[in-house]
Each structure stands twice: as C-alpha cells, then as structure tokens.
Design a protein around this ligand. Structure first.
Ligand code: GDP
Ligand code: MG
Length: 177
C-alpha cells in the first residue's frame, strides 16, 4: 500500500515487548503514523504496522509487531517472536516495577526468539521527568551488562522515537548485509 511495495529489498520483523501501559502502542503509532493518543486503549487489535524506508539505497520494510494486551497475563505466544530480527524492550521510567520486570522479558525473549536478535532497551515517558523512578545510570548499567543499546524516549513529545527505530533497523541491516 505504498509506492515502494513493488521493490522491497528486505522485510524486518521487530517486536515490542514490556509491561502493560509502558507506552509500546504509542511508540509504534508515533513511529508509523506520527500520531499519539492520550487515552489509548490497551487492546487495539492490530498485529503489526509497517513503515517503509530507505537504508543504504535499499528499500527496507519494517514490520513492527505490537502486543494486543497479552503481556498483562504474561501470555505472549511464541508466534509473536517467530521470525523477529529485532526487539524493543520498553519500560516506563516513572514506574520502577516496569524496569525491574525487564530482566524477565529479556529472559523470555532470549528463550523464545532467534539468538541473533538485535535488542534495544527503552525507558519511555521521558517527558515526565519530575516523576522519574529509574535513574538513567541504573538503566545504562543494566544495558551494558546485558549488551543492549539503550535510550530514553517520549512517545508524547516524539523525543528519540525515530532514533530508536532507526538504530534498531540500521543495526539489523548491518548484521544481515
Ligand atoms: P502499552 O500498553 O505498553 O501499549 O501502552 P500504551 O501505548 O497504550 O500507553 C499507555 C498509557 O501511557 C496511555 O495513556 C498513553 O497515552 C501513555 N503514554 C504512552 N507513551 C507516553 C509518553 O511518552 N509520555 C506520557 N506522558 N504518556 C505516555
Ligand atoms: Mg498496547
């Protein structure tokens, strides 16, 4: 459904994971459609959204998968991870618990996804700085220990959202090309 469809060089499946309400769906809608909804529903029913971009003169179709609320019951299925070449692990920097659960999500991801998957850690809601519950140093230390790229984002203010997705896609491209 866009001009590039006839000459796609690569399709990269990337999955979003993390606790409920950390902002996964809003990060995706900001990236794919440049939209943000204040009062977003937990379940939107859409499996994935795509965005086609040019990387190094190649047409890359990013197919970004979003959960439909299953994460609340820790019931993300293997089908969700199947074929994924990238994963974006999201916590809410105003909710310490969502950061503490990242280790569990990482374990699940490493158990179920391809072992060469590119993983990025995201602390979302950086616009709510006065409510910060996760120091940037803690997240960076965890990311370094686990060998992940790390960034803070705001889907609301569109801060670093494009940068996160581009970092993931460029790194995947670098690995496979
Ligand atoms: P999901 O369950 O992880 O998909 O989370 P949602 O994307 O549905 O977002 C949960 C709630 O957090 C919604 O009320 C969003 O409007 C809000 N939210 C998401 N991203 C941000 C952000 O960057 N800043 C702020 N302040 N709120 C956000
Ligand atoms: Mg969601």
């Amino acid at each position: 459904n866009n001009d590039y469809d006839t000459k796609i060089d690569y399709v990269f499946k990337v999955v979003l994971i993390g606790d409920s309400a950390v902002g996964k769906s809003q990060l995706l809608s900001r990236f794919a459609r440049n939209e943000f909804t204040i009062d977003s529903k937990a379940t939107i029913g859409v499996e994935f959204q795509t965005k086609t971009l040019i990387l190094d003169h190649k047409v890359v179709k990013a197919q970004i998968w979003d959960t439909a609320g299953q994460e609340r019951y820790r019931a993300v299925t293997s089908a969700y991870y199947r074929g994924a070449v990238g994963a974006i692990l999201v916590y809410d920097m105003t909710k310490r618990q969502t950061f503490e659960h990242i280790a569990n999500w990482l374990e699940e991801l490493r158990g179920r996804a391809d072992k060469n998957i590119m993983i990025m850690l995201i602390g979302n809601k950086s616009d709510l700085g006065s409510l910060r519950a996760v120091p940037i140093e803690d997240a960076q230390e965890f990311a370094d220990k686990e060998n992940l790229c790390f960034m803070e984002t705001s889907a609301l203010e569109a801060t670093n959202v494009e940068a996160v997705f581009l970092t993931v896609l460029k790194e995947i491209y670098r690995i496979i090309s």
